[in-house]
Design a protein around this ligand. Structure first.
Ligand code: ATP
Ligand code: MG
Length: 440
């Protein structure tokens, strides 16, 4: 309710958040927290440790890794000069900063593989629409130091477990392999061949991509390009023996782990650093912006950042899209668990002495971790009770002059209306017993 009122008042506000950037408020924040806690729990079980890289980096880091002819670098970066004239970019994704951090801190000297997760805001200057924002949050993982497809399978099954643990159903898990620097040149040639007669029809960006990076035409979102690329050669048919073996090994490990997947031979991903395994988790419920999570191998990137040859793999989950799915009414079973938390106890008081007593009791219970609310500013009993009700408090305690002189206070359980009296000194025992019952 509070939030609806805030919204309708908005036109009178002097300031608003920037376009495409949103505030995250209760009760939504509880869905966010649950997602973050679930990620932490599951990723830890697979040996991933948290890493916090900065939100801003030298622009070069992103251009070199993501690729000059990608959507992100061509159109979407928040780039500015700092006071010393250096080019700085708000991170559009998490992998490049983590790789920079891995190399700069010589983390390759630690036993391999090293596994990290991160979470935080990313920034892309995109056209805001459903599921597409200018500031959005990702939770991502990056693992360094082995090309063993076992790691790919583990990461893929970890993502699957995470999605399942959140109670989400009906998502598609798509995998592909896009080869390595050995097989890519042949594929590139085949693409150039295919598009050579169609260049004139391509969008201006793709005309340039044809020159520099024809693979990127396959990721273009413009309708004419989508039409013109129908029937284009598929990277899968050009894989070298090692890449093919790697991919087959991954698929058989996924079967071993009972992880369902579909092969999507058209998925190339929108960033240049990927090699071999790529994957995406999509949902039909999200409309056009259907990818919830995406990732892949990037076996060359550490070297390009000046580190030793270090194969690596990672993925990123789009938080806003995941939260949107968790909010969907068809997923009611999850909604139940995501109920907004409410105070366990509300202490309503009448008169100054009772107000003091109430504050002392509240403090003691809070020290034990119990959420207690009190009335403020001498509000009438009626308005205090109304607030307790609105907050969906578990119990209300009522203290007035009579209670202080009798040494007993009144309690009421709002869920069933049951009530009674207890001695002041019994309050703590009473609630520990009862609240433990409600919480379990
Ligand atoms: P898309 O095809 O939707 O533009 P992408 O390939 O640009 O996605 P990635 O760079 O792979 O996206 O980012 C991983 C995930 O982050 C996406 O699957 C999506 O869930 C989320 N994401 C990417 N861009 C945005 C955005 N502008 N707003 C909200 N979420 C986003
Ligand atoms: Mg994009």
């Amino acid at each position: 309710m509070r939030f609806r009122r805030a919204q309708s008042r908005r036109s009178a506000e002097r300031y608003s958040a920037l376009k495409g950037i949103q505030d995250i408020l209760p009760p939504d924040i509880y869905i966010w927290q649950r997602v973050e806690e679930t990620a932490r729990e599951i990723f830890s079980a697979y040996g991933f440790q948290e890493l916090r890289a900065p939100i801003i980096e030298a622009t070069e880091i992103f251009i070199r890794s993501i690729g000059e002819t990608t959507d992100i670098v061509e159109k979407e970066m928040y780039t500015f000069s700092d006071k010393a004239g250096r080019s700085i970019t708000l991170r559009p994704e998490g992998t490049a900063p983590v790789v920079r951090c891995y190399v700069e801190n010589h983390l390759y000297n630690l036993p391999s593989p090293q596994k990290f997760f991160y979470s935080g805001p990313m920034f892309r200057y995109e056209r805001p629409q459903a599921g597409r924002f200018r500031q959005f949050f990702q939770i991502g993982v990056e693992a360094f130091g082995t090309s063993d497809p076992k790691l790919d399978a583990e990461i893929f099954s970890m993502l699957r477990l995470f999605i399942e643990r959140l109670g989400l159903k009906g998502l598609n898990f798509e995998v592909n392999s896009i080869g390595c620097e050995k097989c890519r040149p042949d594929y590139r040639k085949a693409l150039l061949n295919f598009f050579s007669g169609r260049i004139n029809g391509l969008c201006p960006d793709c005309k340039r991509r044809y020159e520099y990076n024809p693979l990127r035409i396959l990721d273009c979102k413009v309708d004419v390009c989508i039409e013109l690329r129908k029937g284009a050669p598929r990277v899968m048919d050009f894989l070298c023996n090692e890449c093919r073996e790697h991919f087959n090994a991954l698929l058989s490990l996924l079967k071993l782990l009972n992880v369902p997947y579909v092969i999507n031979p058209d998925m190339v991903r929108g960033l240049d650093y990927y090699t071999r395994t790529t994957f995406e988790v999509t949902s039909e419920q999200l409309g056009a912006q259907n990818a919830v999570a995406a990732g892949g191998r990037y076996d060359r990137l550490v070297e390009e950042f000046g580190g030793p040859p270090t194969p690596a793999i990672g993925f990123a989950i789009g938080m806003e899209r995941l939260v949107a799915l968790l909010r969907t009414p068809t997923l009611n079973q999850v909604q139940g668990e995501l109920r907004t938390p409410a105070p366990e106890i509300f202490i309503a008081t009448i008169g100054a002495p009772a107000e003091k007593e109430g504050l002392v009791i509240a403090n003691r219970l809070r020290e034990k971790g119990i959420w207690v609310e009190v009335g403020y500013a001498g509000n009438s009993l009626k308005s205090q009770l109304r607030r307790a009700d609105r907050l969906s408090a578990g119990y209300v305690l009522i203290i007035g002059d009579d209670e202080i002189s009798s040494g007993k206070l009144k309690w009421k359980r709002l869920s069933d209306g049951s009530q009674g009296e207890i001695l002041f000194q019994e309050v703590y025992d009473f609630f520990f017993k009862n609240l433990r019952l409600i919480q379990s």
